[in-house]
Design a protein around this ligand. Structure first.
Ligand code: SF4
Ligand code: SF4
Length: 446
């Protein structure tokens, strides 16, 4: 089968120490985290913050509604454990979002909301019922992008898209949260994807996966064969991609499949008539369809440069501190990253919660500060998937030349981290450039 890709980026063989250390446990059964308390933010998605609908002292069950958005640009928030609401205060997340958060002391009895029940016959659900379930599910893009899935489906309908892409690439080194669902729950990933394709009114569904994930490809192929007879009106395909980071980025998938550049601010749905959902997002929707189970937990990959990585099922709102309690060596780490090794945010306190978009916790034990000034090797230019010159941009940032940064298209940076990863001088290019890109985008909309 033809394998698609894009130019530049990084291949695993380019990896520095990180890649050489890559080890990962592929458990069939997940470790489940049971926290003492959870702090659940009211804004874990792009769009509108939710208002809490519980008060201090209230008893809640797992799956109870605890936050509602004021308009359609948000997603509802649900209790991820059963217990007592002990605090409602304002917190600041590592991604700089400030919002209210509801803290629930876990009673460890796992009392589940009576609304969560296996559904007898999912084939009888109409499209409007599926759409209502999607709204009530509280699902947003779980690959890290965080757009409310309901809103994305509405946009896909309005733009009359004809193709639904399922992002199964998992191209970021050390990340394996989606892979678990694809390998172990492929039928459910497909179930969720096909339901989303119905809501979006599309006839083509393409599962996008890197060629390195052979077990997951086999699982997807089997699931496609098993489900095809139920969806004879739709074309279902699996498309392979070369193993290259950051292949999972929306712009680069579009470039690889359609050969089209997707400039920042340009809607994929409008430009190529396709809509993209992450594999874990599809899985989460299948849980809602089958059990009326809203999004209250997610798989988080725990990995790093000197530990064997593994996946853990984590209730939303669990603190990083509680997750790392049982990870040997985590407390002597040089650096903890909230998210993937390449795209995550370094945190200086472990008292931050896992949210719906947190894919990983990465533990760096051998972090080294910059070793030299730029040696002009050009490796960062060779790695940047959107064609920027990270060394030049970093120099302009040091000189405070925002005007020149904009003429060098700094706003196109997708914060993938590839430039920092390959830099032999250890310069933190991506952090600096991503911040400058954010400033440039903000000033462009003013
Ligand atoms: S400049 Fe931005 S897009 Fe380019 S490699 Fe660095 S982080 Fe990625
Ligand atoms: S990779 Fe690092 S050392 Fe090489 S040109 Fe880029 S900034 Fe300079």
């Amino acid at each position: 089968m033809k394998r698609l890709s894009f130019k530049k980026g990084i291949m695993p063989k380019d990896g520095l120490d990180f890649e050489k250390q890559r080890k990962f446990l592929r458990e069939a059964l997940l470790e489940v985290c049971s926290p003492k308390e959870v702090t659940i933010p009211m804004k874990q998605h792009t769009g509108t913050e939710c208002d809490p609908v519980v008060s201090v002292g209230n008893e809640v069950a797992l799956g109870d509604l605890i936050g509602v958005p004021s308009d359609m640009r948000g997603v509802p928030v649900h209790a991820s454990v059963s217990g007592t609401v002990t605090r409602i205060d304002t917190i600041r997340l590592p991604n700089k979002v400030r919002c209210k958060a509801v803290t629930i002391k876990n009673d460890l009895r796992r009392r589940v909301s009576p609304k969560i029940q296996p559904r007898k016959d999912i084939s009888r659900l109409s499209l409007s019922e599926l759409q209502k379930l999607l709204w009530n599910s509280g699902i947003c893009g779980m690959g890290g992008e965080g757009e409310p899935t309901y809103t994305k489906c509405l946009r896909a309908q309005e733009r009359e898209v004809d193709t639904l892409l399922v992002n199964c690439t998992q191209s970021e080194p050390f990340l394996a949260c989606d892979l678990h669902h694809i390998r172990v729950n492929a039928a459910k990933v497909l179930e969720g994807a096909m339901a989303l394709s119905g809501i979006c009114h599309v006839k083509n569904v393409i599962f996008c996966i890197e060629d390195t994930w052979s077990d997951e490809i086999v699982a997807l192929q089997k699931a496609v064969t098993d489900i095809r007879h139920r969806y004879l009106d739709r074309k279902i395909e699996i498309q392979l991609f070369k193993t290259r980071f950051p292949q999972g980025c929306q712009q680069l998938l579009v470039k690889a499949i359609y050969g089209v550049e997707l400039p920042l601010g340009c809607e994929m749905e409008e430009r190529v008539k396709a809509v993209l959902f992450n594999a874990s997002t599809c899985y989460a929707f299948s849980e809602m369809i089958e059990k009326n189970q809203p999004l209250t937990s997610r798989i988080v990959t725990i990995s790093g440069d000197t530990i064997t990585g593994h996946n853990v099922l984590v209730p939303i709102g669990t603190s990083v501190e509680e997750i790392l309690e049982r990870v040997p060596g985590a407390h002597t780490a040089q650096r903890i990253v909230w998210g993937g090794a390449m795209t995550g945010v370094a945190i200086d306190t472990l008292n931050v919660p896992i949210i719906k978009t947190t894919t990983a916790i990465t533990i760096i034990r051998r972090f080294e500060p910059p070793r030299t000034n730029c040696i002009h090797c050009g490796a960062c230019i060779g790695a940047c998937p959107v064609g920027l010159s990270p060394n030049l941009l970093n120099r302009l940032i040091e000189l405070g030349r925002q005007d020149m940064l904009e003429s060098e298209s700094v706003e196109q940076c997708i914060a993938c981290g590839a430039c920092s990863y390959v830099c032999p001088a250890g310069i933190e290019l991506s952090t600096n450039i991503a911040k400058a890109a954010h400033r440039a985008r903000r000033s462009a909309v003013r």
